[in-house]
Design a protein. Structure first.
Length: 342
């Protein structure tokens, strides 16, 4: 009924005091002491009237005092609201300043500023992703347009047309793959997992190895596996396949030529190791960022589009799992932790 917190608190305070005053007046007017001292009915009536007059004066005074007190208490909230309304929505770095030193107010402002910080970080990450995605999309589009324009600029032998069409097809395939991966990444980031879903991670690993066998042979890598026949954990099967496939493909694609790749799976984790040489200053966590390619990847003609590990991270998070990278003396260790088997 009343939308103002100040009005509601004032009325609640007055109602509470009124109930207490009514009970007090009834108690006083019916005490045995007063009945003995003032046994005349008229005198008792005068006492009751005096009490009601007193309460009639007290209530307005209390209401005014409560109104002022509640207003002073809520004043920092109004100041905070004014700060927020005057802040620019274009400046994501804006933060609020506590209008009082009260513990509750400073905690509220800290919580709001933490939320603003998270919003800024998310917006910055999205802006960086859109910029990188537009750059990655523009590169094959320009190449595709350039080859078509060159082919149409003058009459050419059939062999040259075939060569131009083959290159155009390659760039179109690259665009299709990139677009598919961007949509897949967005899809994974917006999914929620049902509580009763389960996934066979061992089956996901076996499918990935089978599909990636040509790449393994092309790079002449030595693969060793330790995989149980079945491993059922909480998660969605499709998310498991996306995560496992991209993690293993990344290890194969960037392993040292003629090097080693090993896969270990147990009830709590999947570990994928590959021989790989990285600089000491490389931030391993950055590999999970979309389109973040290391120098090793940029110099590798068979490298992906920089979305493989980002998709792996999104799929593991969608399943309630965790993915991380670390290094040892000879290579990189990728781990997916998904908890106890079912």
């Amino acid at each position: 009924m009343f939308r103002s917190m100040r009005v509601r608190l004032t009325l609640s305070f007055v109602a509470l005091l009124g109930s207490f005053g009514w009970i007090l007046s009834r108690s006083i007017s019916h005490t045995e002491l007063l009945q003995k001292v003032y046994d005349h009915e008229g005198q008792q009536h005068h006492i009751r009237m005096a009490l009601w007059v007193f309460m009639g004066i007290l209530f307005p005074a209390v209401a005014v005092g409560a109104w002022i007190l509640v207003g002073r208490t809520l004043r920092p909230l109004r100041a905070l609201s004014r700060q927020a309304s005057e802040s620019s929505t274009q400046d994501l770095s804006v933060r609020l300043v506590s209008p009082s030193s009260d513990l509750e107010m400073t905690e509220l402002v800290e919580t709001i500023n933490q939320l603003l910080g998270n919003v800024e970080a998310t917006a910055t990450a999205k802006a960086r992703f859109y910029l990188a995605a537009s750059h990655e999309l523009r590169t094959p589009l320009q190449a595709l347009s350039g080859h078509i324009e060159t082919a149409l600029s003058q009459d050419r032998p059939a062999a040259e047309y075939r060569s131009a069409l083959a290159e155009a097809q390659r760039q179109a395939d690259r665009l299709n793959t990139l677009t598919h991966d961007i949509l897949l990444l967005h899809h994974l980031q917006s999914q929620k997992l049902a509580a009763d879903e389960s996934a066979d991670v061992a089956a996901s690993v076996k499918v990935a190895i089978t599909e990636l066998q040509p790449l393994l042979e092309a790079r002449q890598l030595n693969l060793s596996c330790e995989i149980p026949a079945e491993l059922i954990v909480s998660g969605r099967q499709s998310f498991s396949e996306f995560a496992v496939r991209n993690l293993i493909e990344n290890a194969i694609r960037y392993a040292t030529a003629n090097g080693n790749v090993s896969i270990f799976l147990d009830a709590s984790k999947l570990v994928v190791y590959n021989d790989c040489i990285l600089g000491s200053d490389v931030d391993m966590e950055s590999f999970f960022e979309p389109f973040e390619l290391s120098d090793l990847a940029r110099n590798n003609p068979g490298s992906g589009n920089g979305l493989g590990l980002a998709i792996c991270r999104a799929a593991t998070l969608a399943n309630g799992w965790k993915a991380n990278l670390s290094r040892n003396a000879t290579g990189v260790v990728a781990t997916i932790t998904f908890g106890s088997g079912i």
